[in-house]
Design a protein around this ligand. Structure first.
Ligand code: MG
Length: 164
């Protein structure tokens, strides 16, 4: 095995966190759908798929370095939200938490001189900068819209179409 037991455990925790985030985004997508915001529902459903890809990316890395994959229980996500702002703020908090976890993996890799994991996790360090920025931008848009979520949806749809 090319990684320590401690790193193996930490990566398994991260796989669970990414799956939990995927599950949570799916619940958020359903909440948006229930509120009638179909574009935001679509945006969050896409986010759900991205998080699942993150989990699988880490899972494959653990396999590649000869670690053992342990799939943890995924907690039941929050399914009831009062408003679009509530959903987006919860997503922003979650991305901040995931950023801390990713940074902790980078820090452990450095302390163990585990350059393979340090290099691998860098993609996630960069990804989290983007995730936090885009969720903060969405939270800001909702605040600026002062309750006009349909206006937010127009902008989100435009951004989604412009995405490469
Ligand atoms: Mg992620």
């Amino acid at each position: 095995m090319m990684i320590s037991d401690a790193m193996n455990a930490k990566l398994n925790e991260q796989i669970a966190s990414e799956f939990a985030a995927a599950h949570s985004y799916l619940a958020m997508a359903c909440s948006f759908d229930g509120l009638g915001y179909k574009i935001l529902a679509k945006r969050f459903f896409a986010q759900h798929e991205e998080e699942r890809d993150h989990a699988l990316k880490i899972l494959r890395f653990v396999q590649e370095v000869g670690g053992s994959v342990a799939l943890e229980v995924i907690p039941k996500p929050q399914t009831q939200y009062a408003s679009a702002a509530d959903i987006v703020n919860a997503a922003l908090e979650s991305e901040k938490k995931i950023t801390e976890q990713v940074n902790a993996i980078a820090a452990l890799a450095e302390s163990e001189k585990d350059y393979a994991t340090r290099s691998f996790i860098n993609w996630f360090v960069d990804e989290q900068v983007e995730e936090v920025a885009s969720m903060a931008e969405l939270a800001n848009l909702i605040e600026l819209a002062q309750g006009n979520i349909l206006q937010v949806e127009t902008r989100v749809r435009h951004d989604m179409m412009a995405k490469p």
